[in-house]
Structures are given as structure tokens and as C-alpha cells.
Design a protein around this ligand. Structure first.
Ligand SMILES: Cc1cc2nc3c(=O)[nH]c(=O)nc-3n(C[C@H](O)[C@H](O)[C@H](O)COP(=O)(O)OP(=O)(O)OC[C@H]3O[C@@H](n4cnc5c(N)ncnc54)[C@H](O)[C@@H]3O)c2cc1C
Length: 487
């Protein structure tokens, strides 16, 4: 396929753009995805990283979304058993919050409406023992199942899966505008090149409204409702692999999640946002809010000084007119932009969890305009590296340790999760590695540059891996120097 003429031009390399690119390429469409920044540089690396139905959405009667997301949780656990791991969530009962019968009813629904088969069901538990590790003043609660994913890697794997089916992925390439001519879109990119496309997909996340404005002849819909969400990171607050879901007195919930072995991730907030979506920052009132929310449960209170990091993301939600930012629907809405001629489809809202279904729905909508596309296929095809023998991660990790005995235990575990069976392509017949620091080898950096579109130390240390949390300034410099020298 020539990059000058494609079936589908996809604008935005977050989870939704990358997911649509993979699906579309596998259906035989010629695809070009352009991402102005790095893959997953924005919302798709700033999430809470849960593959979940969203227990709290039941209170907003979002049954369609919860059902689809829970069913998708099952599918994704099968497609990426290396990257997505089951997690148990403990919700302590608190006297002045929702009564036990209400939580029990919600969890009953949560256990049943999505066709759960892979994960254990919910149950009431005593918080005296391990389920209450680190907590004080709460005796009973419930435990239920969801799953956790490295969101930025999920995006990279979708882009990789797309490229392996013929899609062209161009990072650091912005879409600058398009007009319709002779039954095609003629799009201009910010490197000055043009591309003709039979249809455009606008998955620009927080910029979805802006991109609509750059498409000649297309009426901009209501702009997306931008809602910021922030997380803080503190040193690990409790033992155990389970997460907590804490009820807060404003009826919201806040998660505390074991993160990258040494940390606890606490989030999130819901704050209407009007600034530049490319650089959202946590505000002091959000830090106070998150500390207060967990301090009513943890034995050892935390404050702003305990923070070792934070990140914020902007949700590009569909504006359903809800007053409260927490109440705006998290479901996705796909709109077609023109009455006739070459089409543009825009995606509003959505979840990391539902990206694959969003992609299927997007392509269903585009089918009349691109009738030669093949049928849906992604529900049964593992993501790159996800074809673990019997889907058994522990057995796979044991194989990795036997095959590359020079890897320390942490690095072997990290790489097995990140690459799954693709670790073979990273390490191959290596008998040793040159360690740039924290177990990051020159081989791994080479692989990430050659196969996963990484360019900078930040791409590698914060998105393709999360090693940025663990390594020092010296390692960062070594990674940067290595990248400069290999150019
Ligand atoms: C705080 C927070 C917590 C969340 N937690 C969860 C969770 O636990 N589980 C879950 O399932 N979901 C969660 N979500 C939702 C999820 O993160 C988003 O729905 C999803 O990441 C949106 O992806 P996207 O691809 O639409 O947007 P993005 O990831 O923002 O991607 C859009 C991309 O388009 C690019 N772009 C924009 N304009 C142009 C242009 N002109 N040319 C080229 N490229 C362009 C941008 O650079 C960007 O990379 C959370 C969201 C937030 C903010």
C-alpha cells in the first residue's frame, strides 16, 4: 500500500486509534495511522489501568456499558494473558456509606451480567486478616474481581498488531486538515505531505472536537466534555496483591492499587477541565482530596509529603448534559460526520476496557462506505505475545527463566509480562545482556526502537516500560546517550 492513498486514515494513536488500526488492517483495509506525539502519550497512558466493568457505573444505570465492559474483560484476559492480570478488589463497609445490602446487590449484578467465567466471584470478607492489610477501624467488607493492564503497552501492542497486518503507523506526525475531492479525503499532514483516504477515523481523544473543526464541510458536534482525573503515587502502603476500593463521603469511590512492586497508586479525581489537554497537572486540592479519601481507611495517614509521583489525564467524554463531572457517561459514542461522500467517524468517550468493541462498532459503521472490508476477527486472535501455551503465565515465566538464566528475577518477570512470547524476538539467542540500568538492556532498547516506534528515553522509560519509576538520573542519561549514538 502506498502511504499516498489509503482506505482509512486514522488520526490519533491512543488505545482507540491503535485498536481500530489493528482491526481494520486485519479486515484487509489499507490503513495509515498518524499520531502527533508518541503512541499513548496522552489519556491512554494516564488511566487507572483497570480492565473493569466499572462497579460504580451501576449506580448511574449504565447497564449497557457495564455488561459490555465485563464481557470484554473476559475476552481481553484471554487475548493478552501476559499483559492483563486478574486482581481482587476489597471494598470495606463504612457505617455512613452505602448499606451492605446495596453493595451485595450491586456485586451480584456485577458477577452475573457479563458472563464471568475466568475470575472468582465476589464474597463478604472479614478485614481482620490479609484482606484488611494496612487498614484501621473497619471490620467487614466485600471482595470482588477485576483486572489490571499496563495501558501504554496495550496501545503499543495494538499498533504492532496493526503494522504486522500491513498498517502504516507514523508517530510524531500530526494531522493538519482535510478537504473532500473526487470521492476521497485529501488530508494534509504537518510534515507537508498529503494523503488521499476513502474515509477518516477521528480518535484524537481530547482533541476530537479540534480535529472535526479541521475537516472542511463537516459540522462539529458538541465538543467533548473534558474531565481531568489525577492519581498520586506513594511508597507501598500495605502488603498483598489486592487493591482497595474506598467509598468517599461525596459518593465517589477512590482506588488504592499495588503499583510497580514498591508503590501504591491512589486515584482518581473528576474535575471539569478547560486548559491545554496536552499537559494536565494535578492541583493541590486534588492531592488533598485523594489523601483525605484514603486516610479514613488506612492506619497510617498520608499527606502531600508522602507523594513520590503523580499523573493526570483528560477524559474526552461525550457531553450528555450531566451537571456533575462524575456523572457524565463513560460510554462511547461514535458519530458519522457527513451525509454523503467520503465519510469521517469520530469517537467520543469510552474506556481502555472497551477499546476492542469500540473498534468493531466503528468498523461496522464504516462498512457501507468501505464495503470490501472483511468480517470482525479480533475476539479470537491474541495480541502480539499473548499466545502463551495454555494461557498459563506462571509456566511461561518458568520457561523464560530457564531459557535466559542470566536475567535477574525482576527483569525476567517484567519482560515476560511486557512482551509475552515476543520476548523471543527481544532476546533471541543472547547469552548475556548489556544492562543500561534497572535491567533495561541495549537489546530491549533496540527492539523498542525498531519494532515499537520508541524514539526517546521518555518513550522507553515511561510508556514502553515503567522503569522510569525505578531508575536513577544516571540510567536515564545512559539510555538517552545510547539512543543518540545508535542514530
Ligand atoms: C484519570 C483517568 C482514569 C481512567 N481509568 C480508566 C480505567 O481504569 N479503565 C479504563 O478502561 N479506562 C479508563 N480511563 C479511560 C481511558 O483512559 C480513555 O477512554 C482512553 O484512554 C481514551 O483513548 P483515546 O485513544 O480515545 O484518546 P488518547 O489516548 O488521548 O489518544 C488520542 C491521541 O490523538 C492524538 N492527536 C490529537 N490530535 C492529533 C492530530 N491533529 N494529529 C495526530 N494525532 C493527534 C493525541 O496526541 C493522542 O495521543 C481513564 C481515563 C482517565 C483520564
Amino acid at each position: 500500500m502506498s502511504p499516498g492513498e489509503v482506505d482509512l486514515l486514522i488520526i490519533g494513536g491512543g488505545v482507540n486509534g491503535a485498536g481500530i488500526a489493528r482491526d481494520a488492517a486485519g479486515r484487509g483495509l489499507g490503513v495509515l495511522l498518524v499520531e502527533r506525539d508518541d503512541l499513548a502519550a496522552h489519556t491512554s497512558s494516564s488511566s487507572t489501568k483497570l480492565i473493569h466493568g466499572g462497579l460504580r457505573y451501576l449506580e448511574y444505570y449504565e447497564f449497557r456499558l457495564v455488561r459490555e465492559a465485563l464481557a470484554e474483560r473476559e475476552v481481553l484476559l484471554g487475548l493478552a494473558p501476559h499483559l492483563i492480570k486478574p486482581m481482587r478488589f476489597v471494598m470495606p463497609l463504612a457505617e455512613d456509606m452505602r448499606p451492605a445490602w446495596m453493595i451485595r446487590t450491586g456485586l451480584f449484578l456485577y458477577d452475573h451480567i457479563g458472563g464471568r467465567t475466568r475470575l472468582p466471584k465476589s464474597e463478604g470478607v472479614s478485614l481482620d486478616g490479609p484482606w484488611g492489610a494496612g487498614l484501621a477501624g473497619v471490620e467487614k467488607g466485600f471482595v470482588y474481581s477485576d483486572a489490571w493492564v499496563d495501558d501504554a503497552r496495550l496501545v503499543a501492542l495494538n499498533a504492532l498488531g496493526a503494522a504486522e497486518r500491513g498498517a502504516i503507523i507514523r508517530t510524531h506526525t500530526g494531522f493538519a486538515g482535510a478537504r473532500r475531492e473526487g470521492g476521497r479525503w485529501i488530508a494534509t499532514l504537518d510534515d507537508g505531505t498529503t494523503v488521499a483516504a476513502r474515509a477518516i477515523v477521528n480518535t484524537a481523544g481530547p482533541w476530537v472536537g479540534q480535529v472535526l473543526g479541521e475537516l472542511a464541510g463537516v459540522h462539529a458536534e458538541r465538543p467533548p466534555r473534558l474531565v481531568k482525573g489525577s492519581h498520586i503515587l506513594v511508597r507501598r502502603l500495605y502488603e498483598g496483591e489486592h487493591a482497595y476500593i474506598f467509598q468517599n463521603d461525596d459518593k465517589r469511590i477512590v482506588f488504592a492499587i499495588p503499583y510497580e512492586r514498591d508503590f501504591t497508586l491512589i486515584g482518581t479525581t473528576d474535575k471539569p477541565y478547560e486548559g491545554d489537554p496536552s499537559a494536565p497537572r494535578i492541583d493541590p486540592d486534588e492531592i488533598d482530596y485523594l489523601c483525605r479519601a484514603v486516610n479514613r481507611y488506612f492506619a497510617k495517614p498520608i499527606g502531600p509529603d508522602d507523594m513520590v509521583g503523580s499523573y493526570s489525564g483528560v477524559r474526552p467524554l461525550f457531553d450528555d448534559g450531566a451537571e456533575d463531572a462524575s456523572a457524565v457517561t463513560r460510554d462511547y459514542v461514535l458519530t458519522l460526520g457527513v451525509e454523503e461522500g467520503p465519510q469521517v467517524l469520530s469517537a467520543f468517550g469510552g474506556k481502555i476496557t472497551t477499546y476492542r468493541r469500540l473498534a468493531e462498532h466503528a468498523l461496522d459503521k464504516l462498512k457501507p462506505f468501505l464495503p470490501h472490508m472483511g468480517p470482525a476477527w479480533t475476539a479470537d486472535e491474541p495480541l502480539p505475545g499473548g499466545d502463551l501455551p495454555d494461557g498459563d503465565f506462571d509456566a511461561f515465566l518458568a520457561d523464560v527463566r530457564r531459557r535466559w538464566p542470566f536475567l535477574d528475577a525482576l527483569t525476567a518477570g517484567r519482560m515476560a509480562h511486557a512482551y509475552g512470547t515476543r520476548i523471543e524476538r527481544v532476546l533471541g539467542d543472547a547469552t548475556a545482556i548489556i544492562d543500561l540500568g534497572g535491567g533495561l538492556s541495549t537489546r530491549e532498547v533496540d527492539y523498542l526502537v525498531e519494532r515499537e516506534w520508541a524514539r526517546t528515553a521518555e518513550d522507553i522509560l515511561w510508556r514502553r516500560t515503567k522503569l522510569g519509576l525505578h531508575v536513577d538520573e544516571e540510567t536515564r542519561r545512559r539510555v538517552s546517550d545510547y539512543l543518540s549514538n545508535r542514530r
